[in-house]
Write a protein that binds this ligand. Structure first.
Ligand SMILES: [Zn+2]
Length: 338
């Protein structure tokens, strides 16, 4: 497996040094599966200041459709033609239709009764019940709608990451239409299998294990890796090797999955970042597509709260970051076993 990077050198005349020539370095990295490229800039990394979100939380409490007592009144119920339950409930988690869906089957899992939970305060109980509730819904859709092969569990945690409601909630999709991510990954997996006769995900985990630079940990049948060519400022990938569909997630896999997610969330919190995107992808009936999740933190850049996504991400589909995946791996490994 190849991890291709191209080193770039840029030269200019620096006024600070009497217009002497200076060099700046950057890297273009290519994802070993899809070829998606990311640029890593050489830039002095400054610690992120924790954003003050007290006012945002306070304002968001004025009306919240997901708080207990309100959710039961204002959220929709599933259509009996499409799902076997009106709503799915496990513990405090409640899965309801997304009132503004992106697809045939769009749902939202309200994760807890608590209106706001900081990234470091999520518990195994909250995460387990929320994920189980999502799994129950997706399993049901798979049994009742055979062509909804592209299933995913997604999270926009907090407005900075695209979350329009503060109250913690996951977003589910069960679709007959692939997103661009699937459109790139599915044929690439087929190609890899044809060229090498082996499973990409097993090879990726083995290769990262051999190189030792980006493998965070192996817990049970899950591998946790920092992506070589990240989709965000950094990108943690969890691979569920023994799973094909949501219904295959047994108690042990769920325990390891939740424990890993919580470690990633705590690590992000420890960097004073309080926002993230997550997707757990499934492609039902495709043995080459091992379900995996990606978690990328979201940050705004001081002093003007500048969005991290500029023309490169919006219009060139290119990720920019100043954080080296190998440095992130050393950092997260340090906290993984605490
Ligand atoms: Zn609420």
């Amino acid at each position: 497996m190849e991890f291709v990077k191209v080193l770039k050198t840029s030269r200019f005349l620096d006024p600070v040094q009497g217009y002497a020539e200076v060099k700046r370095y950057s890297e273009v990295r290519y994802d070993p599966l899809t070829g998606h490229s990311s640029r890593i800039l050489e830039f002095p990394v400054r610690a992120v200041q924790r954003a003050d979100i007290a006012e945002l939380i306070k304002n968001s409490r004025q009306f919240c459709p997901f708080c207990p007592g309100v959710a039961e009144q204002v959220t929709p119920k599933f259509h009996p033609d499409l799902a076997s339950c009106e709503r799915y409930a496990i513990g405090e988690a409640l899965c309801v239709p997304n009132a503004f869906p992106y697809d045939e089957n769009g749902a939202v899992t309200i994760m807890t009764h608590q209106h706001y939970v900081s990234l470091g305060d999520f518990t195994p109980g909250i995460m387990t019940d929320a994920m189980l509730c999502c799994i129950q819904y997706l399993k049901d859709i798979a049994e009742r709608q055979a062509d909804m092969l592209y299933q995913s569990i997604n999270w926009n945690y907090m407005p900075q990451a695209g979350g329009s409601i503060v109250h913690p909630h996951l977003q589910l999709a069960a679709s007959s239409s692939p997103t661009n991510y699937y459109a790139a990954a599915v044929p690439a997996l087929r190609r890899y299998h044809k060229d090498h006769g082996r499973d990409f995900w097993v090879d990726l985990a083995d290769e990262e294990h051999r190189r030792g630079e980006r493998l965070i940990a192996t817990t049970g049948s899950l591998s946790w890796i920092v992506a070589f060519a990240p989709m965000g400022i950094f990108d943690i990938v969890g691979i569920l090797h023994d799973v094909g569909s949501p219904g295959d997630i047994c108690v042990e896999v769920l325990e390891n999955l939740v424990a890993g997610m919580l470690k990633v969330m705590r690590y992000i919190d420890s960097l004073n970042m309080n926002s993230l995107n997550m997707s757990l992808y499934f492609h039902l009936g495709n043995p080459l597509f091992t379900p995996h999740l990606r978690i990328c933190p979201r940050v705004n850049i001081p002093p003007f709260d500048t969005s991290q996504i500029n023309y490169m991400g919006m219009l060139h589909g290119e990720t920019l970051t100043i954080l080296k995946p190998e440095d992130i791996c050393s950092g997260i490994r340090g906290s993984w076993n605490n």
